[in-house]
Design a binder for this molecule. Structure first.
Ligand SMILES: [Zn+2]
Length: 266
């Protein structure tokens, strides 16, 4: 019990420091936390949480702070055996470059709904390229990327370069079933930053939040997210979170802190 008190104290100190940073940045045109500080903060929180709680459901410990948002990133890996409870094969309902492509049930329904709305708006060439990937699949494509980078860089450098492009196993949102990569005929259904200039992307960046999706790895956010600019990677967070993330312009990492700290609690 005493240990718990100590933890709470430490927690409060760290939290108020982080929130001061968040509010301090409000003076700027955009809320933004210095990335290294932020990642260290998230790291410390998950360490503390890991020490004091039994983690349920194989999710990263930091998620205790905001249980309705699943935060998976390089500092908060998901358990290798984690799988969404229920999934839907969206390739049965909407265009996909694959035979079958699974998303977590709620994310799947929202995605199908969104693509239908795009169709109503005259945009019919969007396709889902990847969805749920289990730990072993992620391991294979991550290793392949390391080998690709190793052709040009020393092994150690190849490792961190690869991790920015294909997340290391356990650190990919695709294992949560809440992420979907999309592309369109305009760019030959490839996952390229040129997707940014397509009608599909322009529609998504305006309206995806109405369906609970965010552009998870925006331009110029690599320092915070640890991932390169990926206009094609959509993350389902539900309509309420997506609306606030859209309006605030925050990354999910920044929003997670602000939300867990009660900024949007009223
Ligand atoms: Zn992706």
């Amino acid at each position: 019990m005493k240990r718990f008190g100590v933890f709470l104290l430490i927690f409060c100190i760290i939290f108020s420091a982080a929130l001061t940073t968040v509010y301090g940045q409000q003076a700027n045109s955009r809320l933004r936390v210095v990335s290294s500080t932020f990642n260290r903060f998230i790291d410390m929180l998950s360490e503390s949480a890991r020490t004091y709680w039994d983690i349920q459901d194989n999710i990263p410990a930091v998620n205790i702070l905001a249980p309705d948002i699943l935060l998976v990133n390089r500092d908060n890996p998901i358990d290798r055996y984690y799988r969404p409870e229920s999934m839907i094969d969206i390739a049965r309902y909407v265009r996909s470059t694959r035979h079958s492509l699974y998303l977590e049930e709620n994310a799947a329904r929202a995605y199908i709904d969104m693509v239908n709305s795009m169709g109503d708006a005259g945009i019919t060439d969007i396709a889902a390229v990847s969805g749920f990937r289990d730990f072993d699949h992620q391991t294979r494509i991550h290793n392949a990327e390391i080998n690709r980078q190793a052709n040009r860089f020393p092994r150690e450098e190849a490792r961190w370069r690869a991790a920015m492009i294909v997340a290391a196993p356990g650190t990919s949102e695709h294992q949560s079933g809440l992420a979907v990569d999309v592309s369109s005929a305009e760019v030959g259904f490839s996952l390229t930053t040129r997707f940014e200039n397509t009608r599909s992307f322009r529609w998504l960046s305006q309206y995806a939040h109405n369906y609970g999706f965010i552009i998870r790895y925006p331009r110029d956010s690599t320092e915070i997210t640890g991932v390169i600019f990926e206009p094609w990677h959509l993350r389902y967070v539900g309509i309420d979170h997506a609306a606030r993330i859209f309006e605030s312009g925050l990354t999910l990492e920044e929003y997670f802190i602000a939300y867990a700290g009660g900024i949007w609690s009223e």
